[in-house]
Design a protein around this ligand. Structure first.
Ligand SMILES: *[C@@H]1O[C@H](CO)[C@@H](O)[C@H](O)[C@H]1NC(C)=O
Ligand SMILES: *[C@@H]1O[C@H](CO)[C@@H](O)[C@H](O)[C@H]1NC(C)=O
Length: 476
């Protein structure tokens, strides 16, 4: 879906977000379930690190104007009306916020809508009281906001402040004298002034969190292969425990053209998310996409020449003659061989039985190698290598390293006579393990990119291979 279209959708559907359903997942995208704790943490961090609290501090100008304007609670015909009180309020002037304790964040997810966010803080202020005496006071305030979850015009998940109110708790006076009748006036003043000061703070907090949420749509460079761009496949969903994002990969070539890999939707049964954990499900499609990119870029091809081969790897005509004398024909012994290995079809990844396997169809051309001369073709084999993938999460990707489990070969064409290719399997397995698998693992350094989800660090996540997907679970 185009971002512009998502923007429109968000307008239409902001109030009607569905609640997520557990169970069978048929997606080509990475599914992120962000625990409510993780959102709370992001909100808390935005308050700790940045200048948000600092920005609230300072003098509140025009308090009295605001309070006394017509139609306002303290204005003419308002709560207190004209009279003696006018002079008093005028004397309670120059309100200055001096300090704000770090708000205690609590939040409640509202399924299908968004978040109810409470910031509980204590505001320290001073103002001039009656007869110009300094009044120092503190008020406990509970800022309650209703925040909707939607999609921005850029196509990123976004939290939007819909309603905000402040609840005044205990007010304490540190210094100065405040006659009891005036206490109510101060309370009225704070009641009037605080939402205007503290609700913008909520907006700033959401600004920081939206920045983090927006990072989910980053472009992940894949070196010489191109890049991967994540986008939201559907509207974000929200339950009472987590936010769900379905994040589709868009694969692009180095030139920036979109590469469309066949999207077979292999169903994956996602385990239920445990409380206080966030969970990311990486679909089989993403694995096949990365291997598809490697294959189309020739990164899986290799010419195994004598210079690349350690001395203990048997790659001479003598070694071949010992296994298959007829393949050598009249060529001399003690000469080098060259293996030209080409992967002409996309490898196939399977995630099954808690195992990740890669099936790699490779054409192996065996040649007689004489330095400075054109190699002489001996025979060609069609092989299928089955490689076991070890997966390890890091902060930004799933690392993959492959090791050969088995290799099968059939003779494709022979320049001497027909023979049984399986006689060469053990020998080729040896060469593949020693030379080709290490080269594959260098190419696989790109790994399987993980989207950035609210700064969640996947390094310490628990990895589980399920049918057609890999699930990473991170404790909040
Ligand atoms: C703040 O307000 C919310 C909602 O009204 C309430 O649930 C919460 O207990 C309040 N917190 C404090 C510390 O007063
Ligand atoms: C993620 O966590 C690991 C281990 O705790 C740490 O070494 C790494 O620096 C972290 N990465 C980021 C990007 O925070």
């Amino acid at each position: 879906m185009q971002p512009a279209m998502l923007g429109l959708w968000s307008l239409l559907l902001l109030w009607g977000l569905a609640t997520p359903c557990q169970g069978l997942l048929e997606t080509v995208g990475t599914l992120a379930l962000i625990d409510k704790d993780e959102l709370g943490k992001a909100i808390q961090n935005s308050l700790v690190g940045g200048p948000i609290l600092q920005n609230v501090l300072g003098s509140v100008t025009a308090v009295n104007q605001g309070l006394l304007g017509s139609g306002r609670p303290l204005g003419g015909g308002g709560l207190l009306g004209h009279g003696g009180i006018f002079g008093v309020v005028e004397e309670l002037s120059g309100l200055k916020i001096e300090e704000l304790t770090l708000p205690k964040v609590s939040l409640k997810l509202l399924p299908g809508f968004g978040v109810q966010l409470n910031l509980h803080t204590k505001v320290y202020m001073h103002c001039s009281g009656p007869l110009g005496a300094l009044l120092q006071l503190a008020a406990e305030v509970n800022v309650t906001s209703w925040v909707a979850l939607g999609v921005s015009s850029r196509g990123t998940p976004i939290l939007i402040l819909k309603r905000c109110s402040t609840l005044l708790g205990h007010i304490s006076l540190f210094s100065g004298l405040l006659p009891t009748p005036l206490f109510g006036v101060v309370e009225q003043m704070l009641f009037k002034v605080l939402p205007g000061l503290l609700c913008p703070m909520v907006d700033s907090v959401l600004g920081v969190v939206n920045e983090l949420l927006g990072a989910v749509l980053g472009l992940v460079p894949l070196g010489a292969l191109g890049s991967l761009e994540f986008s939201l496949a559907t509207l974000p969903l929200i339950s009472n425990q987590y936010i769900e994002l379905d994040i589709n990969p868009i694969v692009k070539s180095v030139a920036g053209d979109i590469i469309d890999f066949p999207k077979s939707r292999a169903p994956a049964k996602v385990p239920p998310k445990k409380d206080h954990t966030s969970q990311v499900t990486v679909p089989l499609y993403l694995f096949n996409t990365v291997f598809g990119l490697l294959q189309t870029n020739g990164a899986l091809d290799m010419d195994i020449t004598p210079e690349l081969v350690p001395s203990d790897v048997p790659l001479t005509t003598t070694d071949l003659a010992a296994l298959l004398p007829e393949a050598l024909g009249k060529l001399p012994l003690h000469q080098h061989l060259l293996l030209s290995l080409r992967v002409k079809e996309a490898p196939m990844v399977t995630l099954h039985n808690k195992k990740a396997l890669v099936s790699l169809p490779a054409n192996i051309h065996v040649l007689f190698y004489v330095p400075q001369e054109t190699p002489e073709s001996l025979f060609e084999l069609n092989s299928v290598m089955t490689l076991r993938a070890q997966l390890a999460p890091s902060a930004t990707k799933l690392h993959i390293s492959l090791s050969l489990e088995r290799l099968s070969v059939k003779v494709a064409s022979s320049f001497t006579h027909a023979f049984d290719g399986s006689r060469l399997e053990e020998w080729l397995s040896h060469v593949v393990r020693a030379v080709y698998a290490p080269k594959l693992n260098v190419a696989l350094d790109v790994g399987i990119p993980l989207p950035k989800v609210l700064n969640i660090n996947f390094s310490n996540s628990v990895l589980e291979i399920i049918e057609n997907a890999v699930v990473l679970t991170v404790a909040s």
